[in-house]
Design a protein around this ligand. Structure first.
Ligand SMILES: NC(=O)c1ccc[n+]([C@@H]2O[C@H](COP(=O)([O-])OP(=O)(O)OC[C@H]3O[C@@H](n4cnc5c(N)ncnc54)[C@H](OP(=O)(O)O)[C@@H]3O)[C@@H](O)[C@H]2O)c1
Length: 266
């Protein structure tokens, strides 16, 4: 049994890590700014929830005390949170080092270092913090989540336009598959190489148009699928296929099976 601190353990991937770790008999502590109420979908019986904030350092030492490994599933998507994302990772690692936590695993995005899109730059900055840490570290780079692509469709469908970016393919993955890869990385035996990178992606590559058709069929949306050219750094990244990991996967849950499980909430 290992002591596992899941930073961001109330988020969509973090809570899957928590669920899986508790089921496997590990002692789990969760760090997030807000402690979820018992009975909510973010709360798992058996985990200890600690309020803390990586941008201030508040609560980190208590959450990390006694852990054998910390799994960083934190997010910082917009504005100041994005600018401070890598610093938050560094603060988490520094506190873990002081608390004698020997190992840290971080969730990141496939090829984030190959884009100038600011959100991806913040992920690459955090990866660098992990590669320079005195702790043993593993960065797990995942492809886009099924839910991210579905969110683009549902946002557009509100105005009856289901966007399909031209020349864009995804190898999308479920949070459960990402969580499994994170936990595997957390529990693997120490290696000679102190800082490692793993990649994990979904089981199939689909064009965004194919995904839009599957989403439309699953939801019964009346929206029209419209092909668009996504401008900017993100558009260029996607058209170049840098979001894919050809010949590799790790994930088992397809977009369709993920949609089927969520039929009522789509
Ligand atoms: N979406 C994708 O397609 C995709 C693909 C590959 C990788 N990723 C990466 O996966 C990671 C996790 O994503 P996700 O969607 O699971 O995130 P999420 O659902 O937004 O969850 C974020 C978690 O971090 C916590 N958190 C945020 N700010 C915090 C702070 N300052 N201090 C302490 N806790 C904080 C949140 O809880 P509180 O709000 O209560 O603090 C929550 O538990 C992200 O780094 C993302 O870039 C995403």
């Amino acid at each position: 049994m290992a002591g596992i601190c899941v930073a961001g353990g109330t988020g969509q991937v973090g809570r899957e890590v928590v669920r899986r770790a508790i089921a496997a008999g590990h002692a789990v502590t969760v760090l997030s700014r807000h402690v979820p109420p018992a009975g909510s979908e973010k709360h798992h019986d058996g985990a200890i929830y600690c309020a803390g904030d990586v941008t201030t350092g508040e609560g980190l030492a208590a959450a990390l005390a006694g852990a054998d490994v910390v799994i960083d599933c934190l997010e910082g998507q917009f504005g100041k949170a994005q600018k401070k994302f890598a610093d938050g990772g560094a603060r988490l690692l520094a506190t873990a080092h002081l608390a004698d936590v020997p190992k840290a695993v971080a969730l990141s995005i496939v090829n984030c270092d190959l884009s100038t899109f600011p959100y991806y730059v913040s992920k690459a900055d955090k990866e660098r913090m992990y590669s320079e840490s005195p702790l043993e570290t593993v960065v797990v780079r995942a492809t886009q989540f099924h839910g991210l692509v579905a969110m683009l469709f549902s946002a557009g469908a509100k105005v009856l336009v289901i966007p399909a970016f031209r020349e864009t393919r995804f190898q999308s993955i479920s949070p459960a598959d990402v969580a499994r890869a994170l936990l595997d990385a957390a529990l693997e035996a120490p290696r000679v190489e102190r800082h490692r990178v793993r990649t994990v992606g979904g089981p199939e590559v689909l064009t965004m148009r194919q995904m839009a058709e599957l989403w439309k069929a699953a939801t019964g949306s009346r929206g029209r699928i419209v092909e668009l050219r996504l401008p900017g750094a993100m558009g260029a990244f996607l058209r170049a296929g840098k979001n894919l990991i050809p010949g590799q996967s790790g994930g088992t849950e397809t977009f369709v099976s993920w949609l089927e499980k969520r039929q009522e909430s789509l």
